[in-house]
Design a protein around this ligand. Structure first.
Ligand SMILES: Nc1ncnc2c1ncn2[C@@H]1O[C@H](COP(=O)(O)OP(=O)(O)O)[C@@H](O)[C@H]1O
Ligand SMILES: [Mg+2]
Length: 216
């Protein structure tokens, strides 16, 4: 299967959530996890490289996809193979709409879209939804409230939820704004980090199992 973290905005938590999810799913699933960093900034990949010094065991490999290394997209069949594979293939994208993402966005099983309740994020989220529509992507869109501040009353929450839920599901549990997530690494989730993401990810895994009729 292919699970892609994307949206049309930087800084919304794609990479943090992709790392957290890759760690989380490695801990609960027997399936092989493969990560592909498709962002020119390569934050996931560099973090994973840095973590080679860690004493903790490696949980998965991270490959970069850039102009020199167009795998796994050099041939289309490879993408379909990844989709049909039992492996959990996780992609982390940049916050830009790019034609080179088109095939991936069309053939992903799930596109995880972190968003915040700011006017800027609302606009970018709608632009991204529109882009997926133009591509006629069949992927399930799953929206995650990211960096959510528990004590704050977001003025536009109701309106934005109503609008984006026309295009996919919004996970009920948000991922709260937590300092501990700023020091995430690719080898483990600390107790605190796990606590910050576990409700949202449990919901996400339930949804994946339900949609694909599997049990990861
Ligand atoms: N839930 C969160 N709580 C606190 N800080 C977060 C959270 N998610 C992301 N961040 C921080 O926000 C910044 C941008 O996150 P990042 O995951 O790199 O976003 P993106 O990949 O979408 O550009 C980073 O400094 C990261 O540590
Ligand atoms: Mg990123």
């Amino acid at each position: 299967m292919i699970i892609t973290f994307g949206t049309q905005k930087g800084g919304t938590g794609k990479t943090t959530l992709a790392i957290a999810f890759a760690n989380y799913i490695s801990g609960i699933s027997e399936r092989k996890v493969n990560v592909f960093d498709f962002d020119f900034q390569k934050s996931f990949y560099y973090k994973w490289k840095e973590d080679e010094q860690s004493e903790l065991p490696k949980l998965y490999d991270v490959e970069i996809i850039d102009d020199e290394n167009k795998q796994p997209f050099s041939d289309f069949e490879h993408l379909i193979e990844m989709k049909e594979s039992e492996d959990i293939n996780i992609f982390d994208l940049a916050g830009t709409l790019d034609a080179r993402y088109s095939d991936l966005l069309i053939y992903s099983d799930f596109i995880l879209i972190p968003f915040e309740y700011s006017n800027v994020s609302a606009k970018s989220t709608l632009v991204f939804i529109n882009f997926l529509g133009l591509l006629e992507s069949q992927a399930e869109r799953i929206f995650i409230r990211s960096k959510y501040d528990k004590g704050y009353k977001y003025q536009n929450q109701e309106g934005m939820d109503a609008e984006i839920s026309k295009y996919g599901v919004i996970l009920k549990s948000p991922v709260f704004k937590r300092n501990c997530l700023q020091t995430i690494d690719t080898r483990k989730l600390s107790y605190e980090q796990k606590y910050a993401v576990k409700n949202a990810f449990a919901e996400l895994v339930d949804y994946i199992n339900y949609a694909l009729e599997i049990n990861i």
